[in-house]
Design a protein around this ligand. Sequence first.
Ligand SMILES: [Zn+2]
Length: 282
Amino acid sequence: MLSRRLALALPGLLLGACGGGAEPVAASNPSAGPLLALPPEAPAQGGLLLGRTRPGSRVTLDGRAVSVAPDGRFALGFSRDAAPAAELVVTTPGGQTERRSLAVARREWDVQRINGLPGAMVSPNAQQMARITRERERIAALRKVDSDLPHFAEGFDWPAHGRISGVYGSQRILNGEPRAPHLGLDIAAPTGTPCATMAPGRVLLAEDLYFTGNTVLVDHGHGVVSLYAHLSAMDVREGAMLARGQRLGAIGATGRVTGPHLHLGLHWFATALDPQPLLPPA
Ligand SMILES: [Zn+2]
C-alpha cells in the first residue's frame, strides 16, 4: 500500500526534471520547480488525476478554476462520459502560462439489456418524493465543498474486503429503458462487516437517506469526497476528523437494495469517479 501511495505522490517530483528545461532554475528559489508536472499515464474516463504546479499558480480545467494546495498540488476528475480531450491551463504568479491538452482515455462499460420484465416498478409517493428532492439538494450543496484538506493526494485504501458485486460505469437497460449508470463500486459482505474510510478526512454527512440508506460522506480535500452507502451502522458524526484506516461504520442493506453490500463512491465535486483504479490490488 505504501508503494501505491508513493506512486500517487511522486509523479510530480519524478517529472521535475522534464518540461521546464527552458526556465532558469535557481536552487535558492523554492518556487522554481516545473511549471506543470503530471503523471506519465493519460487520465481515463472516471479517473482522478493528481498534478503539481508552482505554489501560488492558478489552474483551470476546460475553463473551470481548480484550487491549488499551498505546496502546488491539485486534483482533477473526469466523468464516466468525459470527452476525449480536456484543456489544462496553468498560470504562475509571475504570469507565465502553460496550456496542456490532455487526452482522456476512453473506457468500455458493461451494459446489460434485460427485457420482458414486469412493468410498474413501485414509484415513491408524494411524501417520499419530497424527501428525495430535499436529500438531493443537500448532497448537491455538499458537492460544492472545496476544502484545503491535503488527504486527496495521500493514496487510498480498501474500506472493506468482499466480493466485487458491481463496477463503476455499468448500466442496465430494462425493457428498452436505459437506467442511470452505476457510478460506484459495490463490495458485497455480510451485514456487520466493518467499513473504514478510504483515506483520512472530515465527515461531511452521516445520515439515513432514502435511496442510499445510512450514508457517510468523507471530505479528503480539493473536492475529493468518498461515499459509503447502505451501512447497517454509522460510528461517526458530521465534522469528525478520521485518521487513515479509521472505522466509520458497518456494511449493511439499508436504503433501496436487495442485499448487504457497501456502495463505495468517489467524487471530484459533482463528478462521480471510479474508486477502483485508485485502490491497491485486492
Ligand atoms: Zn452500488
